[in-house]
Design a protein around this ligand. Structure first.
Ligand SMILES: *[C@@H]1O[C@H](CO)[C@@H](O)[C@H](O)[C@H]1NC(C)=O
Ligand SMILES: *[C@@H]1O[C@H](CO)[C@@H](O)[C@H](O)[C@H]1NC(C)=O
Length: 381
């Protein structure tokens, strides 16, 4: 009879004990979770940058699976029409290079630097877009006069470190040059190839953005103003140079981590029936990120229905308990020797993803499609 081999079977079974239930090393667990999000430690966002409305839109879109096609690829960012499961909003860490000198009144030159080292090696970058947002600021000129100011905007990619005395033009490559008006709004520029190159070590020297008043357009503006109100002659000239454009740059980067993207359909939130039973099945569990002290870096959701598996795996193991052949044998041995061999464990066998919006270790806002966060089905293993 099989009992003869029970010692052998027991030995094998003990190796596959319910390990999940035994692990209470919170720090280790937290570290593992954080590292799977690409984080070295729990982020402590210094300044809570506002979440760009576009990210909110994508986040809200991912939360409505019943409105998207059932077999929708969860690893597509439809807003940009590219594959990806991570959207990062990278903050500019550059510095002002020069402002409004005698040579160039009203001019601003700024280094834009985006640290893209948070992208892991496994991630495939599929999309990058620079956004330059012109801000409304406090300004002596009336908004109308301001809107008439025409600036010429130039954007260069810095190719290598520049030493003093070497003409910076030698080490820059012009990416864009256009005329803009200082009205609040934004300018977007695709930078996918540039950012791909930045990922190689020692290749990211940033961008240089220069804004300078467009002399010919300025003259035309002054002429127009003079025609409208002759008694303001001359007044517009010094004021024009008193204004400095105020802008903020950010970089949206979409990447795909294929290891965290098993293409399968998402399920809508599972509403579990509350039937009293002690047989293995999913149980309701709402995880509130406040309870684990993560509310300061996880922006959304504030919590979610994670569920958990709990219950007995009794002999004989019925089909609905989704047992493996191994589990069926284990319950059999358990029924013969309940002290020496435990019941199989009730564990998650099907999980579904959620999307999370959080600050990373560099204060960037990240939207990430994250696998295996919700228990859908349990089984005896
Ligand atoms: C970029 O960020 C990483 C951490 O993600 C940091 O180690 C590194 O020093 C940063 N690089 C620069 C140039 O700021
Ligand atoms: C076993 O799987 C089926 C579908 O494959 C599911 O309906 C059932 O709820 C699962 N059993 C448990 C205990 O989760």
């Amino acid at each position: 009879m099989a009992v003869l081999n029970s010692e052998v079977i027991r030995f094998t079974l003990l190796l596959s004990l319910c390990m999940a239930c035994l692990c209470h090393k919170e720090n280790l667990q937290e570290r593992l979770f954080l590292s799977s999000l690409g984080l070295t430690s729990r982020p402590k966002p210094a300044a809570q940058f506002p979440v760009p409305s576009l990210l909110w839109k994508i986040f809200k879109g991912t939360k409505m699976p019943e409105f998207s096609a059932q077999d929708n690829d969860p690893c597509t960012v439809s807003e940009f029409g590219v594959r990806g499961n991570i959207v990062r909003f990278v903050q500019d860490q550059g510095r002002i290079l020069s402002v409004s000198s005698d040579l160039c009144p009203g001019c601003v030159e700024k280094l834009l630097f985006f640290n893209v080292s948070a992208l892991e090696t496994a991630e495939q970058l599929t999309f990058a877009q620079l956004e330059i947002r012109l801000q409304q600021d406090f300004h002596p000129l009336s908004p109308r006069a301001r809107e008439q100011e025409v600036y010429s905007m130039s954007l260069w990619k810095v190719l290598k470190a520049t030493l003093k005395g070497i003409s910076p033009e030698m080490t820059r490559k012009l990416l864009l040059s256009q005329s803009i008006r200082l009205t609040p709004g934004s300018i977007a520029l695709s930078l996918t190839d540039v950012v791909k190159a930045w990922r190689k070590p020692g290749r990211n020297y940033g961008l240089v953005l220069a804004l300078r008043p467009d002399a010919t357009a300025a003259a035309a503006t002054r002429l127009a103003q003079n025609v409208v109100s002759p008694h303001h002659v001359g007044a517009a000239f010094p004021e024009f140079h008193a204004s400095l454009p105020d802008f903020r740059a950010s970089l949206v980067v979409v990447s795909l981590n294929p290891l965290q993207c098993r293409s399968r359909r998402r399920r809508s939130a599972l509403y579990l029936p509350v039937t009293p039973s002690n047989v293995c099945k999913p149980r309701r569990l709402y995880i509130d990120f406040k309870d684990v002290g993560w509310q300061d870096w996880i922006i959304a959701p504030q919590g979610y229905m994670a569920n958990y598996c709990h219950g007995e795996c009794p002999f004989p193991l019925s089909e609905s308990l989704n047992g493996t052949n191994h589990a069926i044998l284990q319950t059999l041995v358990h029924s013969l020797d309940s002290v020496g061999t435990p019941q199989p464990c009730c564990v998650p066998i099907k999980l579904s993803p959620i999307s999370m919006l959080y600050y990373d270790n560099n204060d960037n806002v990240v939207l990430r499609h994250y696998e295996d966060m919700i228990v859908d089905e349990c089984g005896c293993r």
